[in-house]
Ligand binder design. Structure first.
Ligand code: ZN
Length: 203
């Protein structure tokens, strides 16, 4: 399986990192080894001093598809989850400055914890899903899928032009504003519509 991720998909987040608002989805990939499942801990990597959390809604692809039209894109996922796109911001800034790919800063081991997935049907409207992240009991990020620059369907249509989607592939759909650093000892809790689906300790 593969993990696709979308950068700069929320206006306020693009602004907070002084990034331009994209005209088409910004795509990057992460390897399967980036995943953390079942609330296993995240081990702070020794190559960074500035790892940031980015909470994101995650789509789980349920059928094979290429060149999917936006109109039919909703048929390609029936579960939505929540994940954290950990980013070694110091490393990413260096790579960006040099015009190099971001993979080392985004796709390292453990950079993509995912929580439990829930059925799309259990949500009243996929275009209006609230989600949040708490750090040590304090709310740090609050997002809603209605504020995405590119909708789930637009993302699926766009990425599937370049990458055939396969069953089990995951798509991280971008983070809202409020990203910030984690340190060893922190506890992160991510929720969709108030339901806790991911809890993780930084070790
Ligand atoms: Zn992200």
């Amino acid at each position: 399986m593969k993990i696709l991720a979308i950068g700069r998909n929320y206006l306020e987040h693009a602004k907070e990192l002084n990034n331009p608002v994209p005209e088409e989805p910004v795509i990057f990939l992460m390897p399967e080894t980036a995943l953390i499942k079942k609330n296993q801990p995240f081990f702070y990597p020794d190559f960074s001093n500035d790892v940031h959390y980015e909470v994101e809604l995650v789509l789980k692809i349920n059928r094979l598809g290429k060149n999917i039209s936006e109109k039919f894109a909703h048929r390609y996922y029936d579960e939505i989850g929540i994940g954290i796109d950990f980013t070694a911001r110091d490393l990413q800034n260096e790579l960006k400055k040099k015009g190099l790919p971001w993979e080392k800063s985004k796709g390292f081991d453990g950079a993509a914890p995912i929580g439990k997935f829930i059925a799309k049907e259990s949500l009243s409207d996929v275009h209006n899903i609230s989600f949040s992240l708490e750090k040590n009991g304090e709310s740090v990020q609050n997002g809603n899928s209605k504020d995405m620059i590119f909708s789930f369907d637009a993302i699926i249509a766009h990425v599937s032009k370049f990458f055939t989607l396969k069953i089990g592939d995951l798509i991280f759909t971008g983070t809202p504003a409020g990203v910030g650093p984690v340190k060893i000892g922190d506890e992160l809790v991510a929720k969709i519509e108030g339901h806790e689906l991911l809890k993780l300790h930084v070790k």
